[in-house]
Design a protein around this ligand. Sequence first.
Ligand code: ATR
Length: 279
Amino acid sequence: MKHAFVTGFPIKQSKSPLIHGYWLNQLKIDGSYKAVELEEDGFANFIAQLKSGEANFEGGNVTMPFKEEAFQLVDERDAIAEKIGAVNTIYRKDDKLCGTNTDAYGFAANLDDLVPQWRPNNDSESKAVVFGAGGASRAILYALIEAGFSKIALYNRTLSRAQTLADEFGSTVTAYQMDDVNQGLINANLFVNTSSLGMNGTEVPDLNFAEMAEGAIATDIVYHPLKTKFLENAEKQNIAIADGFGMLLHQAVPGFEHWFGARPDVTKALRDKILDGQS
Ligand code: ATR
């Protein structure tokens, strides 16, 4: 029987056990996936136990606040983890613990599902506006560059944080102060909120989504509530919207495949089941 974990601090709120439990059941795999509650300073010891085999896991997911520590402590990291600077998925390869990051994949796969036209067409200029330059923003920048956006305007309250990311991700990305975001929306094809604004229904700035290009899309990685104020405002201005809940489901797919050897599907039934637990 194969075992996988999710760990973070706190971890009780994690929906990952429900997601992986659903797939184990559906695919009739003899395996387990459970939440491991660690103290805030307990992660290094847990990794040591994984390495020694004392903790009997094929691998698992790592969430806040351990993603950067996981990045430091695994034996090997893939190119995506290197670029994003954080590890959310650990698996074994030969005798090594390997770390990857599946957030960029999850983000892109969710949009492929909900708004497949989000991918730029290489014949014309394509511009994305990214709001927020925290930890989550790095995976989104990675995904947008991979998808082929020719310009990415990155807006943040703290300009220096946006500038650091722009320097790291290269000339496609330009950093701006948050207050100028309406300027960036003019003729943009995609808007992504990666900041924590709007979480639990808190207020967000009222943006001029109507200035975006024809066929433009707005999405939000905040999914509580499902339709955030950013998305509500965009929809009122006739912009197509895609909620961020599917990112959570899709980012789980590569890990499951690593640990249990089968690639699971993200279906409407899974989405409904996991959403059921969200008030
Ligand atoms: P995460 O890892 O989830 O991205 P984070 O690293 O704390 O979390 O980043 C949170 C993001 O939300 C940042 O872009 C932050 O802006 P700053 O870099 O200026 O802190 C943004 N954010 C949080 N609260 C905000 C607020 N009240 N107004 C504007 N931006 C806010």
